[in-house]
Design a protein around this ligand. Structure first.
Ligand SMILES: *[C@@H]1O[C@H](CO)[C@@H](O)[C@H](O)[C@H]1NC(C)=O
Ligand SMILES: *[C@@H]1O[C@H](CO)[C@@H](O)[C@H](O)[C@H]1NC(C)=O
Ligand SMILES: *[C@@H]1O[C@H](CO)[C@@H](O)[C@H](O)[C@H]1NC(C)=O
Ligand SMILES: *[C@@H]1O[C@H](CO)[C@@H](O)[C@H](O)[C@H]1NC(C)=O
Length: 427
């Protein structure tokens, strides 16, 4: 009788603790996860999905803390698949991210990190973990990240052992992506996208005058120096973009990815094919599976590939960027699983988290239809195609807002009329 009573009491206590946890954590989500533009909204879910989301159910109880691995179940969890969800599922752990233990020293008074803009201050996590490497993946982290589709996590990936073996090849960065140059320790960056707004802009000199120049995708400079500059310090890519750009931009004279001496390469692990690419790249073997089968990835970097200058973005950093700065309404639609920010967007946010001053060039603006799609298209003007996987209207708004709140300086052909201060962008 007594034992039975004790059993009931323990059970009641557990339920109460669970309920408390639930309330506290949900409270946290709705109070603090204010995205820069929109609040995170918990979408209603039905049946099975709802059950999986309940924090009191076995698998999800400990999902809340990134990196607090020991609390997680060490066994493989239920396998979530994209096809089971009609729209983007939002979990209680959605807005929880691993933090970087090595804090960066703040030496620049003009740093964007000192922005007083409330929305930005609330959204920005200065010590977000930017890079993925071997030490950061274990079974419990895998379980936590299995709730999010690629590139934001590992949903749909079936084989932990396989991915873990690849991630173990990624070295832990020995030094930060960028080091301060000059005085007083400010890092000034230009981020150059491929947009046609740069055609005829004569921004080359200004771009090259920055401490660091970031580029992505078909970053052709030869023949376009006057408009886009000639230096590349950081090149951001996916396995798809580094291989496809060679075809798309071939007609403009693009014959290799940027390979300035000492260049840093950053990979966005967009899908399974990027892990297959990484396995070949870091293991110096031909790719054994997937679309790049039999390729030798390191050959794509013109002799400049070096593990010590190679970085892979962490899925948490990508999810954080999406959640807090550019959450698309398209996540509520049937294309949710392919909807993600562009490589240019991730590159800009990489710069926002590694530089003090960020100037963005060649990013999409409201008047994009006046310009060709790419700056490399001097003679024939093709329109920007709005593919379903990217929300270009959201990107237009986001860049404009970051510019208007003086967090970045966005190159525009005409300054927005409401902005009174700041340098004119046309000579
Ligand atoms: C798993 O990795 C996380 C993140 O690095 C770490 O905090 C945690 O302690 C690890 N868990 C185990 C069981 O090793
Ligand atoms: C997972 O991958 C490993 C290593 O590639 C392989 O040995 C193993 O058979 C795979 N497991 C399954 C279930 O496919
Ligand atoms: C690119 O800029 C040049 C110089 O301003 C201009 O003559 C040309 O028409 C532009 N090309 C396109 C496709 O807009
Ligand atoms: C870029 O151009 C400048 C000046 O024209 C030149 O000194 C420099 O060597 C060039 N840099 C690269 C990486 O081509």
């Amino acid at each position: 009788m007594r034992a039975q009573f004790r059993g009931v009491l323990t059970l009641a206590l557990m339920v109460a603790v669970c309920a408390l946890l639930y309330v506290l954590l949900y409270g946290q989500i709705s109070d603090h996860s204010v995205s820069y533009f929109q609040k995170l909204q918990l979408v209603p879910r039905g049946g099975r999905l709802h059950e999986m989301n309940c924090p009191c159910k076995n698998t999800t109880r400990d999902v809340f803390t990134a990196g607090s691995g020991s609390a997680h179940k060490e066994t493989p969890m239920l396998w979530l698949q994209k096809k089971d969800f009609k729209q983007y599922p939002i979990w209680a752990s959605e807005d929880v991210y691993v933090r970087d233990k090595q804090k960066r020293q703040m030496t620049c008074p003009q740093s964007l990190r000192n922005s007083q803009n409330t929305g930005f201050k609330q959204a920005f996590i200065p010590d977000i973990q930017m890079y993925l490497h071997g030490e950061l993946l274990n079974q419990s982290e895998w379980n936590r990240l299995a709730y999010f589709n690629n590139p934001f996590g590992f949903m749909d990936y079936t084989n932990y052992t396989e991915i873990k073996a690849v991630v173990d090849l990624i070295p832990k960065p020995r030094e930060p992506l960028l080091l301060p140059r000059g005085n007083p320790g400010c890092i000034c960056c230009a981020v150059v996208a491929t947009g046609g707004i740069l055609n005829g802009s004569r921004m080359g000199k200004e771009i090259d005058a920055h401490d660091y120049v970031f580029r992505m995708n078909g970053a052709i400079t030869k023949g376009y120096e006057e408009d886009v500059g000639n230096r590349t310090s950081v090149y951001v890519h996916t396995a798809h973009s580094i291989t496809q750009s060679l075809f798309i931009f071939k007609k403009y004279g693009y014959d290799s990815a940027p390979h300035d001496k000492g260049i840093k390469y950053v990979l966005i692990p967009e899908g399974l094919r990027d892990f297959q690419w990484l396995k070949g790249l870091l293991g110096r073997t031909t790719v054994s599976d997937g679309p790049y089968k039999n390729r030798r990835p390191w050959m794509q970097y013109s002799g400049e590939f070096d593990e010590n200058r190679f970085y892979v973005l962490h899925p948490d950093f990508l999810r954080y960027t999406r959640n807090r700065f550019m959450r698309s309404e398209a996540l509520k639609g049937s294309y949710w699983a392919i909807c993600r920010p562009t490589n240019g967007a991730f590159t800009l946010f990489l710069a926002l988290h590694t530089c003090d001053v960020v100037d963005a060039y060649g990013f999409i603006t409201e008047d994009h239809s006046k310009y060709p799609n790419y700056y490399a298209e001097r003679h024939s003007k093709t329109r920007v195609i709005f593919y379903a996987n990217h929300d270009y209207n959201l990107e237009i708004k986001t860049w404009k807002k970051l510019h208007d709140t003086e967090i970045i300086r966005l190159y525009q052909r005409q300054e927005s009329p409401e902005r009174k201060t700041g340098k004119p962008t046309e000579p």
